[in-house]
Design a protein around this ligand. Sequence first.
Ligand code: SDX
Length: 469
Amino acid sequence: MNHNKTKKITDLVLKAGKTALAETNTKREPEPTKSINWPVDCVVGPGLEGAIACESKIGYVNGAKGWLLYGGYNIFDLCAYSSFEEVCYLLLYGKLPTTIQLALLKNKLIKYRNNHQTLRALMNFSVQEMNPMAALRLGTNLMRNTTTDVNLEGYVPENVEVISADEDSIPMETQPLGQEHAIYEFPGESDSKKVKGQVHPTTGIDCCLHLISGIAVLSAAILRLRNGYMPLEPDPELSHAANFIYMATGRRPSPEEERIMDITLILHADHGMNASTFAAMVVASTLSDMYYSVGSGIAALNGPLHGGANEQVLKMLKEIDSVENVKPWFAKARANKQKIMGFGHRVYKAYDPRARVLAPLAKYLSKGNRKKSSLFAVAQELESQVIATLGVEKRIFPNVDFYSGIVYSCLGIPPDMFTTLFAVSRVAGWTARIQEYLRNNRIFRPRARYIGPFDMHYVPIARRSAKKK
Ligand code: SDX
């Protein structure tokens, strides 16, 4: 990637990071925490708010300070200097890769872009009439069928992460020992703790990479099919971000567009135990496999309270239509106690650091485009009015979804595909956290407090009446 052309974008990110630091450095620094001695006390609210489900080294969200870290690296540095591929390695392995390790990962992602069989199977369905997230979820099931020919109940050899595949989607590599299954290992991985024994053959690292690559290919193909075009062949010369734009829109992005897409993928990659990550982990904790687990993450992300908000934000900004209309619109929304899409967060009671990066990128991309710049102006006016009221009263600030829609639409992605783009990135966090949890797996099984009666006597139906007692 041509870095001096994209230096201004790096500067925008670093400036956002400096502002974040200046605005939140008065907040108490978080204490580094050690491994948990279970059972642990915690105050739990409805929706498991505050519940500690597990421990993790993958990512950290500090709601008071508006911080987001992946493996200890702050999100502003990762957006400024890293790439989505490098962040995938960090999430999956807990460290930044060496040049060789990154090259190996990139080669695997490029190999796993070839999902011809999956796409052929997908085109047997009327994708254009399906909800894009439903099509994406179907696609992950098709990936599972066309990718593993192993008997899924089969025993997995000790101490290896194994994936077996047909030549169509994951080219087999003969192993020196000539094992029947392809066993992929990255050099220098021996220090990472091998997953023992009973791990399902479709939950190894290569399965994660297959899904990270495949979800991007599927989303782009679904976008093309919905617009009446055939899916495009991936371009092995392009980065993950650039290849997604190419496969989705048919045009190779400019260096700036590629850089901005790469940054949005980094920003959305992981975010602690959010609803879709938790959903994916619950399914994986039953030792169902990665494909089913990612499918449940996609289902959870589809909800407008979670991943679907950025599409609603764009609708809202278009409905407001001008800066002058913001005040009356917002007054009416407040009077109706309406939740403003793209604002508020279960954890952040400060400005979402991801929105801090996405706002200047939305401004940068919308410059020169009258419609998009007017949307951005409306967003900025709405932001200032919300922060001045709900921000003060209830710590409600813009979240990741508030500006991402403007960025995506400037990159040529239609609003009904925004949430699939969220999944293109979040699949990295889903798979990484599943891998981490499976190393000390325990099926998720919280409680429900029973508040019903105990002493009911059975009455035959003939003697029952509809009247409430
Ligand atoms: C994502 O968890 C994650 O990390 C998620 C995510 C990720 O990366 O995975 O960050 C991605 O999901 C971002 C959020 C996208 N959703 C939206 O933008 C939808 C609008 N936001 C709200 O629905 C809400 O803020 C939630 C769902 C995001 C969080 O809601 P909470 O924590 O359950 O907050 P709440 O509903 O308990 O609200 C607390 C108070 C209420 O007022 P009172 O009843 O106390 O008077 O804050 C108010 C709410 O009415 N409030 C809002 C508001 N969000 C909360 N008021 C106006 N507009 C809003 N957006």
